[in-house]
Ligand binder design. Structure first.
Ligand code: ADP
Ligand code: MG
Length: 681
């Protein structure tokens, strides 16, 4: 075979036909490059042989010895043939055992030496069951560190291992280096052929570490370079100059902004009053008052003659922002509209027309705003709330509706800086690190099932004093497989415990927009005292009279999510409580929840959450535009991340001498990355 290109289909490998290629494609493997970047998920160290005398019960090891008997086969019953052979290595004897294997007799020769690999039994007999074996001089699978791959139906471990080995053989030494030499030298990164060879078949542990570091570095480096270059491009884009004074707006507020709010407003003011495009993230804990800061920016944009799009992740939240903003802007002659997915066709048409002709200054909505039929007259600012639910790509869809509008992003998930750097590498970050005055600490308890009656009594007492409560359950419908509380079944339980049916509202993701709104307004207006909900209430809902947040199956939630939920109470003048009810009696679960009792700072909780669960879990699955890294881990590669951040900055600032070819390779890789990795939900 002539040297194949990495872009060649895997069918160039012998033994890979149409059918097998189809199975491979289920693993996302189409080309040789895909195959070589299908990295092992783990390894099995078959390097060292042990002496028979040293073996322990149930360990999986390699043993090198001489076959000292011929293969004996006993037919125990109709479907059970047991073949055995004795092996000696000078320190003792070990019996090798296979079941229903007709080929053993022909493959093992008495008097010859083999390496066997398998699990050892010391009792009742000293045996190794169904070992694999090879002659020492032709070892392929033994005597080395073997990769363990993610598999799929039709692709067994040995098929995959074989194909990777053949692909590596075919390309050996020919794979083109993808990182500039100067960069590799500066960061001591090994060459690509070595890296690929040793990530699949490490020569030893040291070689594996060197290979892995290079590949993880490359992955993080490319992603960060992509984001930073996006940021650079945006920052140099010509954007509308929003020079209106925000003071009249500040004067009309029912409260004085906190120092942190003022600081962030000033940062925004500076951004938008020159003609470079703003790309700013406002990061602040729940209740830190992000909305009014964004509103100040909206005010500047509208008073400078531009329209604003304000995007929220849920209908409930969009509706709430709409109400808040409408009130804030009532004294200022700013027209606000809600573009909801549930608008009747005619009304929607009219709304769209008013957006298009510029009559509407501010449009609040869900991702319905991204739809093709939404056209602006003069979009100058795009605000998105709870951005971690949208991806980089969606942010772009929104800004494409204007000519380089400024971008403001609000995140209520206090993200540790290291992670913000990755996810929001294309944004400048402002932190609101101060809560408005007068906020009380929310008393938090983590308890078990035995407290249920006491909790219900407490709820009744608060309700009788005019307060309201949230109860959060993880699921909507009753499920046979888990014992999670389901909302509907839960209601019955509440009624049986003496809560009047008429006072209970239900809110979950399967309700239609209008139904949700109806329930939410009833709760807001105090017509309902209990709101049983799934995590749809997690984001931003504001009912100051609600004082209790009871979370069922709290052990199921991440700490950051619990913190978000807890932030739904303590928004008014009344003392508030958060009760974490755990059905798990495990100490670990309770210990985790107890973090919530002492910690009220969202950033610290996020830090802790990340430590405990890692970033994948932290953000939920794929909701967030986080890249699906193949080898790098945002959890364990934090140190590497610091280096790649520097490398990406230096590379973009041309601190590494690079040939045009080297530059082009990086650009191509970045394009591929953005097409493949930045998810749109
Ligand atoms: P979040 O940052 O969680 O989005 P909001 O913007 O919803 O917080 O603000 C939470 C509540 O605090 C709102 O009711 C808002 O009116 C109020 N608020 C915001 N800033 C201040 C302030 N400086 N002083 C008093 N109340 C404030
Ligand atoms: Mg908010």
């Amino acid at each position: 075979m002539t040297t194949p290109e990495l872009t060649s289909s895997i069918t160039v490998l012998s033994g890979v036909g149409e059918k097998r290629a189809a199975a491979f494609s289920r693993l996302g493997i189409v080309t040789l490059a895909d195959l070589l970047s299908h990295y092992p998920r783990a390894y099995e160290n078959r390097e060292n042989c042990k002496k028979i005398i040293e073996l322990s019960h149930e360990e999986t090891v390699s043993v090198r010895g001489v076959v000292s008997s011929s293969v004996k086969t006993n037919i125990i019953r109709k479907n059970l043939r047991v073949s055995t052979v004795k092996v000696s290595d000078g320190t003792g004897f070990l019996e090798m055992v296979w079941f229903n294997n007709r080929f053993i007799e022909n493959r093992l020769k008495k008097g010859e030496t083999y390496v066997f690999y398998g699990k050892v039994q010391l009792t009742p007999k000293k045996q190794m069951h169904t070992p694999i074996f090879e002659r020492p001089e032709e070892q392929k699978q033994l005597g080395r560190i073997m990769p363990i791959y993610p598999l799929t139906e039709g692709i067994t471990a040995s098929i995959l291992t074989d194909c990777v080995a053949r692909a590596l053989d075919a390309c050996r030494g020919q794979i083109k280096e993808s990182l500039p030499a100067a960069l590799r030298n500066a960061f001591k990164l090994c060459e690509i052929n070595f890296a690929l060879e040793n990530i699949h078949f490490p020569a030893n542990e040291e070689a594996y570490r060197i290979a892995r570091r290079r590949l993880a570095f490359e992955e993080l480096f490319l992603f960060q370079t992509a984001l930073f270059s996006l940021k650079k491009r945006q920052n140099s884009s010509h954007a509308p100059r929003l020079s209106a004074d925000m003071q009249p707006f500040l004067n009309s507020l029912p409260f004085t902004p906190t120092g942190a709010q003022r600081r962030v407003m000033d940062e925004i003011g500076r951004d938008v009053s020159n003609s470079n495009m703003m790309n700013r993230l406002i990061c602040g804990d729940v209740g830190s008052g992000k909305t009014v800061v964004a509103a100040a920016a909206v005010y500047m944009a509208v008073k400078s003659g531009f329209q604003v799009a304000f995007m929220a992740p849920t209908e409930i939240l969009a509706a709430q922002h709409y109400n808040t903003l409408q009130k804030l802007f009532a004294p200022h002659n700013i027209t606000v509209e809600l573009l909801s997915g549930s608008l009747p066709a005619r009304q929607k048409r009219e709304t769209l027309a008013r957006i298009q002709d510029g009559t509407t200054h501010l449009v609040v909505g869900t991702h319905a705003l991204l739809s093709d039929d939404v056209a602006f007259n003069k979009l100058g600012l795009a605000v998105t709330d709870e951005q971690h639910r949208f991806g980089v790509e969606q942010r772009r869809l929104l800004t494409d509706k204007g000519e380089n509008p400024h971008v403001l992003v609000m995140s209520a998930t206090p993200i540790p800086r290291t992670l913000a750097l990755i996810i929001y590498g294309d944004l400048d970050v402002s932190v609101i690190d101060e809560l408005p005055p007068g906020r009380q600490k929310i008393d938090t308890f983590a308890v078990g099932e035995s407290y249920r009656k006491r909790i219900y009594d407490f709820l009744k007492k608060e309700i009788s004093q005019g307060r309201q409560a949230y109860i959060v359950c993880p699921l909507v419908e009753e499920s046979d497989v888990t014992e999670l509380q389901s909302v509907t079944a839960y209601i019955k339980k509440l009624e049986q415990s003496g809560f009047p049916a008429a006072s209970i509202g239900i809110l979950h993701g399967k309700l239609k927009g209008a139904e949700k709104d109806a329930v939410m307004s009833a709760f807001k207006e105090g017509r309902l005292s209990l709101l049983v909900a799934t995590t749809v209430i997690e984001v931003g809902v504001d009912v100051p009279n609600a004082t209790i947040m009871l979370i069922e199956n709290a052990e199921r939630f991440g700490l950051s999510q619990l913190h978000q939920l807890r932030g739904r109470v303590g928004r008014g003048s009344h003392k508030s409580y958060c009760i974490l009810l755990s059905q798990s009696s495990q100490n670990a679960a309770m210990a985790r929840l107890s973090v919530m009792k002492k910690e009220s700072d969202g950033f610290k909780i996020a830090e802790e959450d990340l430590k405990q669960r890692g970033p994948g879990e932290f953000f939920g699955t794929r909701q967030h535009g986080l890249p699906a890294f193949r080898i790098a881990s945002l959890y364990t590669d934090m140190a590497l991340l610091e280096q790649t951040t520097k490398a990406a900055r230096d590379f973009l600032n041309q601190r590494f001498p690079c040939s045009d070819v080297e530059k082009k390779l990086i650009t191509e890789k970045i394009d591929a990355l953005f097409n493949n990795h930045v998810t749109i939900n």
